[in-house]
Ligand binder design. Structure first.
Ligand code: BDR
Ligand code: CA
Length: 310
């Protein structure tokens, strides 16, 4: 099994990522840290606990993260209608978050672990950047960092920027330039190819397991902006990172240098992907350029089909 830490701003698609990470026997979910982003830190922490309780994995510890991004409020800022449910349609949590703050726990855990850990942030990168700033050496305890974020062909929060990066571009750049041995970026280019249909949601619901009905319930409440030709779609962005851990062939990866625009106007928070090696910097990321939707759905269904044995 692979030891994994998940950093989430739960969030409807985060919820599905959490479910499959918690349920799959090949993943040992060491803990979850919560981030502000989709919702406030209180809401994302509450939603995270709901999801873990729902699938019978209340034993996974949850640590509350930082409430505010590093970034100043970006200049071309427009409020958008929230697309995530402030309270997920799952029962109130029975468990509580631990009292140790997320950044402290991340540092302590990565400093003391004897086995390397896979870090999977599917939220703005505030907690991870803070931990790296205090203790840069924790990088070496991470065998692979798999981030949901960015986009080369398009953005979703603005024309040019993806939400997780736009919310805290300074933090994102700190993480991208930290020198991780293996950094994988799962951007919109890939996640907007791994969509789930209404029929698939009905199929998940019909599994009748907590994972199946829970995922169907949170996916039913999540419609997000697509691209031309498909103006509204149901992506499950964050879950594609977990699917990648379970089956790396679910995405196609190319090695590029990726930076974040932290000063731009129209391009504030954009990931700048050097696809033609023009910048002279060595590649720092494996960038997912596409995803295999059928393979992705297969992983979702087969993982959510199983009941968790406590
Ligand atoms: C990312 O932004 C959030 O809204 C989702 O949870 C996902 O992590 C997609 O851009
Ligand atoms: Ca997220």
């Amino acid at each position: 099994t692979r030891r994994v830490i998940l950093d989430v701003d739960t969030g409807n698609d985060d919820a599905v990522a959490l479910m499959i990470a918690a349920l799959h026997p090949a993943i040992d979910l060491v803990g979850c840290t919560t981030a502000a982003g989709n919702l406030t830190i209180d809401q994302t922490t509450d939603n995270t606990l709901r999801v873990l309780d729902h699938v019978g994995c209340s034993d996974v510890p949850v640590y509350r993260g930082l409430a505010k991004p590093f970034a100043p409020r970006p200049f071309p800022f427009t409020e958008l209608e929230p697309i995530h449910e402030p309270t997920l349609p799952l029962a109130e949590p029975r468990s509580r978050a631990r009292t140790t703050p997320a950044v402290e726990w991340l540092i302590e855990t990565l400093r003391t672990t004897t086995e390397r850990i896979t870090l999977v942030p599917v939220a703005p990168l505030t907690n991870i950047a803070a931990a790296l700033t205090v203790a840069p050496e924790i990088r070496d305890a991470v065998d692979e960092i798999v981030i949901m974020g960015g986009g080369h062909a398009f953005g979703n929060r603005t024309v040019s920027a993806e939400f997780n990066i736009y919310y805290d571009p300074v933090a994102a750049d700190v993480v991208l330039q930290a020198g991780f041995e293996r950094l994988v970026l799962i951007p919109l280019d890939a996640t907007l190819q791994a969509l789930v249909s209404d029929e698939q949601i009905r199929e998940l619901d019909a599994l009748g397991t907590p994972g199946g009905t829970g995922a169907a319930a949170v996916l039913a409440g999540y419609v997000s902006g697509g691209v031309a030709g498909a103006p509204s779609v149901r992506p499950v962005h964050d879950a594609l990172c977990i699917a990648y851990l379970l089956d790396p062939d679910v995405v196609r990866l190319t090695r590029y240098h990726v930076a974040v625009d932290t000063t731009g106007y129209q391009s504030f928070g954009r990931t700048i992907v050097d696809v033609r090696s023009q910048g002279g910097d060595d590649p720092n990321a494996w960038f997912a350029t596409s995803a295999d939707a059928a393979r992705f759905y297969d992983i979702l269904r087969s993982t959510l089909r199983d009941d968790h044995e406590q």
